[in-house]
Design a binder for this molecule. Structure first.
Ligand code: AMP
Ligand code: MG
Length: 342
């Protein structure tokens, strides 16, 4: 039987876009977290759905608001490395990565040191935890003010595209959460890169806003994929086949646009049939993968809002952030329905 829908909430949007409004908005959002409420907050990757990581009722509220059917481990967010080392055990490689890339779009999975500050439900009962120090100034101020780790899966209904703007959050979660802290569009636009540092050697759990190449420079060696490396590892919702899904059918590596399709392109590319495309969105006319990542989810949402039935996606470069973009587009194109999405 599907779970009963959560009781409706009165969702407030707090404006943190300019300096004058930010302080009061952040203080109020932090108060709501301490009181066990649900706050969608901006990060440089996507908007997160925040709750006190040590409050299992609040964490359960996150799953309910998202309509996420399974309890999967969540990423806990803290304002700095000092807070992180109280929660997780850092091997030397993990510490090097944290020093090099925090604050930033990197999540580390580590052995857990504090099972109260990050409750069982937030860790899905594992003895490891996922930690991140986001770089977004509003996220950092919010986490400082909250004074405790804050879980933050993407602030969307399960299975929908991740939100990169407060309006995306509201279109999914209005009436289901207490507050949206609005700081405008997310600059990176794809989720964090997740590196598992809980085993003998670090491995990549999910490509994301920090490229594999940059991680490998700091590690001094290749970073292997986790897939298949260890059967004891928990299933990662971000690794499910269909995820980040728009309603439209997504066709990858398209070298022509077919009748009735919209075109999702890059670097000004106009494949055969573009003239007749229902709509053309260029993720980055200048050919920047960073810009393409930042625009990806808003473009998928826009194509859905326009009601297009099919999306032809041109081939994109695979280096740098191209790996994360290809990963998300691959999931957007995967067969549906898959009820376990995030
Ligand atoms: P998101 O819903 O975008 O916040 O994704 C969280 C990701 O972190 C999921 O893919 C989780 O499976 C992964 N994750 C969180 N905690 C752990 C953990 N302790 N071990 C392995 N993966 C984790
Ligand atoms: Mg998500």
């Amino acid at each position: 039987m599907p779970p009963a829908p959560p009781a409706p909430r009165d969702t407030r949007c707090l404006d943190a876009r300019d300096d004058a409004a930010r302080h009061a908005a952040v203080a109020e959002a932090a108060r709501v977290i301490r009181d066990g409420g649900l706050v969608a907050f901006p990060t440089e990757t996507v908007y997160g759905l925040g709750a006190d990581a040590g409050n299992s009722r609040a964490v359960a509220g996150v799953y309910a608001a998202k309509g996420r059917p399974a309890f999967n481990p969540l990423i806990s967010h803290v304002p700095n490395l000092e807070a992180a080392v109280r929660l997780g055990r850092f091997a030397p490689a993990a510490l090097s990565l944290a020093r090099a890339f925090w604050p930033g779009p990197l999540t580390l999975v580590l052995p857990c040191r504090d099972t109260e500050a990050v409750c069982d439900l937030a860790r899905a009962g594992l003895d490891t935890l996922a930690l991140r120090v986001p770089a977004h100034p509003v996220a950092r101020a919010f986490l400082e003010a909250a004074g405790r780790p804050v879980v933050g899966p993407s602030a969307n209904v399960s299975g929908h595209v991740s939100p990169t703007d407060a309006s995306h959050v509201l279109s999914d979660l209005a009436g289901r959460i207490d507050v949206v802290l609005d700081a405008g569009p997310s600059p990176v636009g794809v989720e964090s890169t997740i590196v598992d540092c809980s085993g003998l050697e670090p491995c990549l759990l999910r490509p994301g806003g920090l490229s594999r190449e940059r991680l490998e420079i700091v590690l001094g060696h290749a970073l292997p994929d986790a897939d298949g490396a260890d059967e004891a590892r928990p299933p990662s919702p971000g690794r499910l086949a269909s995820h980040y899904a728009p309603r439209a059918v997504v066709r990858l590596e398209a070298r022509e646009v077919r009748a009735t399709e919209a075109l999702l392109t890059f670097g000004g590319l106009r494949p055969h049939g573009s003239e007749a495309a229902r709509l053309i969105l260029d993720l980055s006319p200048a050919g920047s993968l960073e810009e393409a990542a930042a625009n990806l989810y808003a473009a998928l949402r826009r194509l859905d809002a326009e009601g297009v039935a099919g999306i032809a996606v041109v081939p994109l470069p695979r280096e740098g952030l191209g790996e994360a973009i290809a990963d998300r587009l691959g999931r957007a194109a995967a067969p549906r329905p898959v009820p376990e999405g995030d």
